[in-house]
Ligand binder design. Structure first.
Ligand code: HEC
Length: 232
């Protein structure tokens, strides 16, 4: 620093001035001369001191600026780091959120798929039931006329009142039937059923016990009886 180098010089100058002025033997003119030179030296020293102070101030200010700059850049760096850390934390949180969302979506998709599957199998089951119900309906709607053919009834029975091996079915329903054992009965639904399921219990007068008992479902029996009822 210039201040340090200037101060000893100033001190020296003052000392020299004091020494010079201390010589009282000198003539007055000499003394005045000396005095003015001392004053000049002092002024110069003061000037130099002021310069030194000024430059020290400037240096201090520069150092302060530097320190401030360093501090502010350190602050900026710290801010940047903190911002980075915040960003990283945000990114991490976002990732976690995304992961959670994805997992939730997967779970929802899985549940949807399972629900869909359950729905599909329920639909399939319902369709099966419908098909079976249709089948049952179809069986109930069995056509007596076709059954009489497929079961072989028409081999022995005509659909008119013409006799074959068995009595004709035309005009049979509701009439009174006479049997070989001397009894009789009205040909209602119950009679027709019994005549079909147990043909040899009562033999219609004028006929031989030639009718075989055939395995028929209730639906088929109903259909055949209904068909015979239509033959007037
Ligand atoms: C092999 C010949 C034969 C076949 C096949 C036959 N029947 Fe007969 N059926 C007879 C004879 C014979 C009688 C009369 C004697 C009797 O009452 O068993 C008769 C009687 C009946 C009677 C009573 C008729 C009346 O006048 O009271 C009914 C109803 C009848 N048959 C229905 C059927 C039906 C329905 C089928 C077919 C699933 C069938 N039969 C198949 C020979 C047959």
């Amino acid at each position: 620093m210039r201040t340090k180098s200037v101060l000893p010089a100033l001190t020296m100058s003052l000392l020299a001035a004091a020494l010079v002025s201390g010589c009282s033997e000198q003539p007055k003119q000499e003394a005045a001369k000396e005095e003015s030179s001392v004053t000049a030296a002092v002024d110069k020293a003061m000037e130099q001191t002021a310069d030194a102070v000024e430059s020290a101030k400037q240096e201090t200010a520069a150092a302060a600026d530097e320190a401030q700059q360093a501090a502010s850049s350190a602050l900026d760096e710290a801010k940047a780091k903190a911002a980075d850390a915040v960003d990283a934390a945000k990114a991490g949180a976002d990732d976690a959120m995304e992961g959670a969302k994805a997992a939730a979506n997967d779970a929802v998709d899985g549940a949807k798929a399972m629900a869909g599957d359950a729905m599909d199998s329920a639909k399939a089951g319902a369709a099966d039931m419908m098909a079976k119900a249709d089948g049952a309906m179809a069986e109930q709607k069995l056509d007596g006329k076709s059954l009489a053919t497929t079961k072989g009834c028409v081999a022995c029975h005509s659909t008119t009142d013409a006799k074959m091996i068995g009595p004709g079915w035309g005009g049979l329903a509701g009439t009174e039937r006479s049997f070989t054992d001397g009894t009789s009965a009205v040909a209602d639904d119950a009679y027709l059923r019994a005549a079909i399921t147990n043909p040899n219990a009562q033999i219609v007068e004028g006929f031989a016990p030639a009718m075989p008992a055939m395995p028929l479902s209730e639906a088929e029996l109903d259909a055949l009886v209904a068909y015979i009822n239509t033959l007037k």
